[in-house]
Design a protein around this ligand. Structure first.
Ligand SMILES: *Cc1c(COP(=O)(O)O)cnc(C)c1O
Length: 359
């Protein structure tokens, strides 16, 4: 059967080449007579896979040497609690920028550990923009500043990296990591659940500056301590080895595409096309401020919500899957991550055009 176009927000599409390779290697990895997922994580074979994945990610993102790369478990949501546990470092307050559902979850969790100063919120406009640098009311006493560069649900993306005057900047990059080039040195920590742009769900990548390690809250579980993870090469316990392997295949695939710079160009072209179509067709609308439109997650509404059911049914029939918006906001959403090709976006636009004409 052919693979259909998958616009799911997460777990999201993976490159077909990657899945084909995984399939070919599933039963017998590199003629070793067993699957990579059946091997000890301490075996030289798996360690080489793990190290190559990390090195490829370092190459792709130009991660400086004074940053650790951790392969953690529990998704991005577990980071919402690990961050205050690890990064308060004796302080009692942290800054959070509130731009949508994921920021809110991070804030709610942080409040269990510290005073949260909401440095800015766009809840007033229903999370349809990101605050400007001038709107951020940052507290110089904050242990860190947390924000969500790309809000997956609202389709809102920052068009700048906040300046925090030396306070470590922490970014939930779950739905935008590897989608365009970023300067890692501007961040204290970057984290990303894998299931958007990296690999299967469960795995979470943490990129953290070394000087921030080792000052955890006293009752921090060992498994939640970044320094323990760093000191043990993310193998304090059994890591999610198959997810790590698949992430490595995705990193190698991305390198073969020409790296982040090349994929970013394609991503911008995909997003630009889709937004241009939505703006030009009165049947469709996107509510997000132009400069904050996400290049990964494109929410849109139809002329009336009465069309939603028919739209989704027709899209499914046309082989365009998972276009329903998040249950909290309704409407539609096309997630166009790295593995969603330009052909998928072209097919979506053609379908949307035809659907609008038929009404
Ligand atoms: C998907 C997502 C999460 C949650 O990831 P889980 O792995 O399900 O915990 C957190 N933040 C953002 C921005 C996301 O897109």
């Amino acid at each position: 059967m052919t693979r259909l176009y998958n616009f799911c927000a997460g777990p999201a599409a993976l490159p077909t080449d990657v899945l084909t390779q995984a399939k070919n290697e599933l039963l017998n990895w590199q003629e070793k007579g067993l699957s990579i997922m059946e091997m000890s994580h301490r075996s030289p074979e798996f360690v080489s896979v793990a190290q190559k994945a990390e090195q490829d990610l370092r190459d792709l993102m130009a991660i400086p040497d004074n940053y650790k790369v951790l392969f953690m478990q529990g998704g991005a949501s577990s980071q919402f609690s690990m961050i205050p546990m690890n990064l308060l470092r004796g302080k009692t307050t942290a800054d959070y920028i509130n731009t949508g559902q994921w920021s809110k979850k991070a804030i709610a969790e942080a409040k269990r550990y510290c005073d949260v100063n909401v440095a800015a919120t766009t809840e007033g406009n229903n999370f349809t923009s990101a605050p400007s640098q001038g709107e951020l009311k940052l507290n110089p006493e904050a242990a860190y500043v947390h924000y969500t560069p790309n809000e997956t649900i609202g389709g809102v993306q920052f068009d700048y990296i906040p300046e925090t005057n030396g306070v470590p900047l922490v970014a939930d990059y779950s739905s935008a990591i590897l989608s365009e080039e970023i300067d890692v040195s501007k961040f204290g920590m970057i984290y990303a659940g894998a299931q958007k742009n990296i690999g299967p769900a469960g795995l979470c990548i943490v990129i953290i500056r070394e000087d921030l390690l080792g000052q955890t809250l006293e009752a921090t579980p060992t498994m939640f301590d970044y320094k323990v993870a760093a000191d043990n090469d993310s193998m304090y316990n059994t890591p999610p080895s198959y997810g790590w392997y698949l992430a490595g295949l995705v990193f190698a695939w991305l390198k073969a595409q020409g790296g982040v710079k090349a994929i970013a160009e394609i991503n911008r072209r995909k997003a630009q096309k889709l937004y241009a179509f939505i703006d030009a067709n009165p049947f469709y609308a996107n509510p997000v401020a132009i400069n904050n439109r996400s290049i990964m997650n494109v929410p849109f509404t139809l002329a009336s919500a009465d069309y939603d059911k028919a739209f989704l049914a027709a899209a499914d029939k046309a082989g365009l899957l998972n276009l329903a918006g998040h249950r909290s906001v309704g409407g539609m959403r096309a997630s166009i991550y790295n593995a969603v090709g330009e052909d998928a976006v072209d097919a979506l636009i053609a379908f949307m055009d035809e659907f609008a004409n038929d009404q």
